[in-house]
Design a protein. Structure first.
Lengths: 111, 115
């Protein structure tokens, strides 16, 4: 059974600081997704990582995937208040299409 | 573009009642799925479908039924609602397992309360 663990689960940081959210998973997969969710809203796709070594960047967020270590990171650079949200990683099983989600990381960026 | 449309957005049920949550997508995606989201537990897969006429169970299928008679629609039925089914339900679709672009798109969610 595929298990996905994120840490930290709660993150409070100051504006302007850097931090990394980690996503570990338990079985072989080479497809991983990051989503953002604002309170009371649906999930918004941030990054699609489809191979080992994939790195994608959008604004102050950068995601990477190391399939050998079964690890993905979401790095936040110079955080701003607008990044406050819950971030989920989701891993696709090799059999195709089923996504298993981490518990989510609730990020609060304080002025 | 409508994307993934879920109805209703909010619903209150009494214990023992049945209802159907509707999900429709207009992207011709093969793969559709239902998740429930509970505080501190991320999203858990209830049922999924890899194409019309094919469904399978996810992690938490008990108390729910699905069918997939068309590519576009994937309704979720609660047979006899229980308070433990109080949750936010999300429907998602993606192109399918043989397509490299497997990004999943989510509906806006249905907030269900069972009293």
């Amino acid at each position: 059974e595929l298990k996905v663990e994120q840490n930290p689960l709660f993150l409070s940081m100051q504006e302007g600081k850097n931090y990394t959210i980690y996503c570990n998973y338990s079985t072989t997969s080479d497809r991983l997704y990051w989503y953002r969710q604002d309170p009371g809203k649906s999930l918004e796709s941030l990054f699609v990582l489809l191979s080992n070594g994939a790195v994608k960047q959008e604004g102050r967020l950068m995601a990477s995937l190391d399939t050998k270590a079964r690890l993905s990171t979401l790095h936040i650079t110079a955080a701003v208040h607008d990044l406050s949200a819950t971030y989920f990683c989701a891993v696709e099983e090799t059999s195709g299409s089923r996504l298993t989600f981490g518990e989510g990381t609730q990020l609060t960026v304080n002025p | 573009n409508a994307g993934v449309t879920q109805t209703p957005k909010f619903q209150v049920l009494k214990t023992g009642q049945s209802m159907t949550l509707q999900c429709a997508q207009d992207m011709n995606h093969e793969y559709m799925s239902w998740y429930r989201q509970d505080p501190g537990m991320g999203l858990r897969l209830i049922h999924y479908s890899v194409g019309a006429g094919i469904t399978d169970q996810g992690e938490v299928p008990n108390g729910y039924n699905v069918s997939r008679s068309t590519t576009e629609d994937f309704p979720l039925r609660l047979l006899s609602a229980a308070p433990s089914q109080t949750s936010v339900y999300f429907c998602a679709s993606s192109p399918g397992q043989y397509n490299m672009n497997t990004e999943a798109f989510f509906g806006q969610g249905t907030r269900l309360t069972v009293v």
